[in-house]
Ligand binder design. Structure first.
Ligand code: SF4
Length: 730
């Protein structure tokens, strides 16, 4: 009876709880419960007493340490490591900064493995400062020792750049080739090998080159931000590390996104990169660290520390024979936890933390809600209160977060017009797929606006509480993200607010799902201002005559016109604003047909550029970028590939600009050139609006580039891909 009553009470409590709780919270709780067991295993619990699982042994000056110490370490490992703290060791990392030539290194590994049968994995990090065959021999010896003990072995080499860049970053001569030889040797011998690149001010603008080199050769590597490491005695390097400018930090943010999306497959290391991005953006460390619970640092002198970057030496295993102070010296550990860890960008990591997990779960929920054909009922928004504050608020959505320089100018144009119309008395909210990217954009444009994550509760709260909701720029095209303007417009309508399509184009739209969504967005819009006449015609066909649809041109054009730019002196340079030709603009071709056509196109384009450069007698060709983010394709990657493939024997010097592009930098570079070869859509618009000499390459096959040039009466400046191939394919 008592049991029945308790059951009933519990049931009624749960029913009340479910009724009162938001669906979002329930979803998160449910997911959290499902993951509970897995999380329980993943998140290390604080254990007392601590049993180390990871030991990082810095063998840096192993060679130079006294014979007595070496003898002690090699012959009396029990004395060296004697403590129950070590009985659970699972992972040993040997960091070598010059000691790989030391024959005793393999003996040390053997001793360690003999002493601790619990060890499952051993890795060696080497900087290869000896002849490559010495390193290869040493790696091989350690590999054999590990094989005898049935232990997983891996090696890492320290590589900070390609060719001379590496040597400069390391301040060593001729170190690049031995490293490449060691990597090749390990790949041939099927030894797990990776490189690790430490990024400092010296190599920061060359890391994309290193990544491209790694991808070309199928090398795996990890990238980290150079840190002060007390045990490496590099505290004196302040001038090259930790001193990144705002531009450099942003460049690094873009680079780590590139690693996540195109290179690093391991989930934990992706989280390490997300953490670096967050910290470069001014946030605190969100990932765990193996030193927090089960890691210890041991150096060549037998000294131990809580962690490599920040800890003072807390004891000496050689001198004292035991690691007696580790647990007693809580002050040092607390100091590190309280004052250092939140700002530590080092890539030491532990398994996923609950804090990270929660962040992902929240976003996953909103991504599920704001999507085409969502399974979560639209009416769910009623549970989210509108975020009003009495001001005239304008909500702008679109593909922001992936903006090109052209999209930045569109945003600049829209906001300029809005401020003119409403006399600056407005609050602007911009949704972004990658808020860090858009935060940088508004800084560049000198705009005051609030950036919110496109997949968040704020999206719903602000869309309902804004007087005007705008789909600003960007074409309505075959994209799942059409869900953003669709959802924002529906939310605006639910609150009787105004909806506007502002400076967008239509297409390419080929799939019925996206065509239907675009039609629905048009139907929900109170005002439709499109950027070209062809889009206006399509929209009128779809929406009928009742709705007023006008062609207002591209807001980016207006933005360029209202800004006052200097007229710089001309340079005898041909500049190209190219992009990778992607298949969405050639949907009528099969994959193979497209790839063949793409190769023919690239060869023809390179020949056209060479011919133009020699006709104009320019001193140099420079490839500029209209886009620097991996989502949407970083033009610097294409430039690197294009030059390497087609211009190695060019008579006229050719380079690409590795720095980041802004509206201002693109305007300046276009105005300085004697001629611009433009391919990215907005590079066509920029070159034309700025009245420069230009040739436009229509990679859209009669799409937005042709539409723009027709509307602006400049069709003679255009070359179609087929014409280019007919005349320059040889
Ligand atoms: S300072 Fe860095 S390396 Fe040291 S314990 Fe904290 S997070 Fe780990």
């Amino acid at each position: 009876m008592i049991k029945k009553n308790t059951k009933q009470k519990l049931k009624s409590f749960l029913t009340r709880l479910i009724k009162k709780t938001k669906i979002c919270t329930l979803y998160i709780l449910l997911k959290a419960y499902r993951d509970y067991k897995r999380l329980n295993q993943l998140i290390p619990k604080k254990e007392k007493p601590v049993k180390f699982e990871t030991i990082v042994f810095t063998a840096t000056f192993f060679l130079n340490s006294t014979k007595t110490q070496n003898k002690f370490l090699l012959e009396s490992p029990h004395n060296f490591f004697q403590n129950s703290l070590f009985c659970d060791l699972k992972y040993a990392e040997i960091t070598d900064e010059g000691s790989t030539s030391q024959e005793d290194l393999a003996v040390l590994c053997k001793t360690l493995l003999n002493t601790y049968s619990s060890i499952q994995e051993l890795s060696l990090i080497t900087n290869c400062i000896q002849e490559h065959f010495v390193i290869e021999q040493r790696i091989n010896e350690i590999r054999k020792v590990c094989a005898e003990h049935n232990i997983f072995f891996s090696a890492m080499v320290s590589l900070d750049g390609v060719r001379s860049m590496h040597d400069t970053a390391k301040s060593w001569k001729n170190n690049f080739q031995p490293i490449v030889s060691v990597v090749k040797y390990c790949i041939k011998e099927k030894i797990n090998i990776a490189f690790v690149c430490s990024i400092s001010k010296v190599n920061i603008w060359e890391i994309d080159e290193l990544l491209a080199f790694a991808k070309e050769n199928n090398y795996y590597g990890r990238f980290r931000i150079s840190e002060f490491i007390k045990c490496l005695h590099n505290d004196g390097c302040q001038d090259i590390i930790h001193r990144f400018s705002e531009e450099e930090k942003y460049h690094l943010i873009l680079f780590f996104y590139k690693l996540i999306f195109t290179y690093e497959k391991n989930e934990i290391h992706q989280l390490v990169y997300y953490n670096i991005i967050n910290m470069l953006n001014g946030g605190e460390r969100i990932i765990g660290c193996s030193y927090h619970s089960n890691g210890i640092m041991l150096n060549y002198n037998g000294e131990i520390a809580y962690c490599a970057p920040e800890s003072k030496i807390i004891d000496n295993a050689v001198r004292d024979g035991v690691v007696k102070n580790y647990q007693k010296n809580t002050e040092e550990k607390e100091r590190i936890l309280e004052t250092c860890c939140v700002n530590c960008i080092d890539d030491y990591h532990a398994k996923i933390t609950s804090k990270e997990k929660q962040l992902h779960l929240k976003r996953a929920f909103w991504k599920k809600y704001i999507r085409l054909n969502s399974t979560i009922p639209f009416g769910f928004h009623k549970r989210v209160p509108a975020k009003s504050n009495g001001s005239k608020r304008i909500f702008i959505t679109g593909w922001y977060g992936t903006e090109t320089v052209g999209d930045k100018a569109i945003l600049g144009g829209i906001i300029y017009e809005l401020k003119e119309k409403y006399e600056k008395d407005i609050e602007i909210i911009i949704t972004s797929l990658y808020p860090i990217i858009t935060a940088r954009t508004i800084k560049e444009l000198n705009i005051k606006a609030k950036i919110i994550d496109a997949y968040s509760e704020e999206f719903v709260a602000y869309a309902k509480a804004s007087e005007i909701v705008i789909m600003g720029g960007g074409p309505l095209m075959d994209l799942e993200e059409l869900a953003l303007p669709l959802c924002a417009f529906k939310l605006a309508k639910s609150a009787n607010n105004k909806t506007v399509i502002y400076g967008s184009g239509l297409g390419p739209l080929t799939k019925s799902k996206y065509i239907d969504t675009a039609k629905e967005i048009l139907k929900l819009a109170n005002e439709i201002k499109l950027r070209d006449e062809k889009s206006v015609k399509i929209a009128r066909d779809w929406a009928g005559e009742k709705k007023e649809i006008i062609c207002t041109g591209d807001p980016a054009k207006k933005y360029l016109k209202v800004l006052k730019f200097d007229n710089p002196n001309k340079e005898n340079i041909l500049r190209c604003f190219l992009r990778d030709w992607t298949s969405e603009y050639a949907k009528n071709m099969s994959k193979d047909e497209f790839l063949e056509q793409k190769t023919r196109f690239e060869i023809s384009l390179s020949n056209f550029i060479k011919q133009k450069a020699s006709e104009l007698k320019v001193e140099m060709i420079i490839l500029e970028s209209m886009h620097n983010f991996v989502i949407g394709n970083d033009d610097r990657d294409f430039a690197h590939y294009f030059i390497k493939k087609y211009f190695m024997n060019s008579l006229i010097p050719i380079i690409y600009n590795k720095k980041l592009s802004t509206v201002d930098s693109i305007v300046l570079s276009m105005k300085q050139s004697v001629h611009n070869i433009v391919m990215r859509f907005h590079s066509v618009l920029f070159a034309d609006t700025l009245e420069t000499e230009y040739t436009a390459i229509d990679y859209t096959l009669g799409g937005k580039i042709e539409n723009y040039l027709i509307d602006n009466n400049k069709l003679t400046n255009m070359i179609r891909i087929n014409d280019l191939i007919d005349n320059y394919y040889y």
